[in-house]
Design a protein around this ligand. Structure first.
Ligand code: NAP
Length: 254
């Protein structure tokens, strides 16, 4: 049996990393999903769904499963599970690696207003009613109840019933990747005046920002939350190389 690796996923990078390890006899990887999306696309590799019960639960899971490494490949905004990963690695004395790409950077022509959190994003939309595209997922939509004067188009993976306080609202359920042409046509067709986005940094959802730049539409950009200090890589290739080194060390009996 290969080196046991637990990958905390919920991102395409996590999925691709698990797929890259699949069939490599040096590793035996398990990909973990929180189970937030109703329409979870199950991968063809070993996986599990559901929380662990905090850092202690995750540590116990790692111990019982005799894992040798933990990779936190969760979304840049999934701050709680990243904190749990750091703590569980300490509790179990296991090597841990954070796989997360860099944040998006403002480009010439971008009309970004950067804010610290979702409450600040709702406030930043201002008092005058606007037609707003919300691309922040469905779990933090409640923050926008403080700004019910706007007309919202919410794009989320799962369809859902928006809060009653939002009287002008429509949900568009769609899963990326999104191409520039479709983003341009969405913004124009829907007469969007402002886009709200998390700074996810993912390539698959970047086209909306290019489209907003081309159409000179402002973007309220929510900055990434603080995450714990742990070794970090930005690419799958770097994560694979870290795992290979771990494997070699284990072969040498280190
Ligand atoms: P979160 O607030 O950081 O975590 C909340 C709880 O969900 C954790 O304490 C943990 O429960 C469970 N959890 C999270 N990720 C897990 C995983 N990969 N495997 C097993 N349990 C997990 O997370 P979130 O922001 O709700 O995100 C949930 C999932 O969606 C993450 O896997 C993330 O990668 C993905 N995602 C998040 C966003 C986003 O914007 N936040 C966007 C796209 C995808 P226990 O404490 O019980 O272990």
């Amino acid at each position: 049996m290969g080196l046991r690796v637990l990958i905390l996923g919920g991102t395409s990078e996590g999925r691709l990393l698990a797929e890259a390890l699949h069939g490599d006899a040096r590793f035996s990887a398990l990909l973990s999903f929180a189970g937030r999306t109703e329409s979870l696309q199950r991968p063809a590799v070993a996986h599990r769904v559901g929380g662990f019960g905090g850092a202690a639960g995750l540590a116990e899971f790692l111990r019982v499963g005799a894992y040798a490494a933990l990779i936190d490949a969760t979304h840049a905004f999934a701050a709680r599970i990243s904190r749990n990963a750091a703590e569980a690695a300490l509790l179990t004395d296991l090597p841990v690696l954070r796989l997360v790409g860099p944040a998006w950077q403002r480009e010439p022509g971008d009309l970004w207003l950067e804010v610290a959190d979702m409450q600040a994003a709702a406030h930043a939309l201002g008092p005058l009613p606007q037609r707003v595209l919300l691309t922040v997922g469905r779990l933090e939509i409640d923050a926008f109840c403080a700004a019910p004067q706007h007309d919202y188009l919410i794009r989320a993976v799962d369809d859902f019933v928006p809060p009653a306080a939002l009287t002008q609202v429509r949900v568009l359920s769609a899963r990326g990747p999104f191409a520039l042409e479709e983003e341009l046509s969405l913004l124009e067709r829907e007469h969007i005046q402002c886009v709200v986005s998390k700074n996810a940094g993912t390539a698959s959802t970047y086209a909306k920002l290019e489209a907003a730049r081309l159409l000179r539409i402002p973007v309220v950009m929510v900055r990434r939350p603080e995450t714990p200090a742990m070794p970090r890589v930005a690419t799958r290739a770097a994560a694979l190389s870290w795992l290979r080194q771990l494997h070699e060390a284990s072969q040498r009996g280190e």
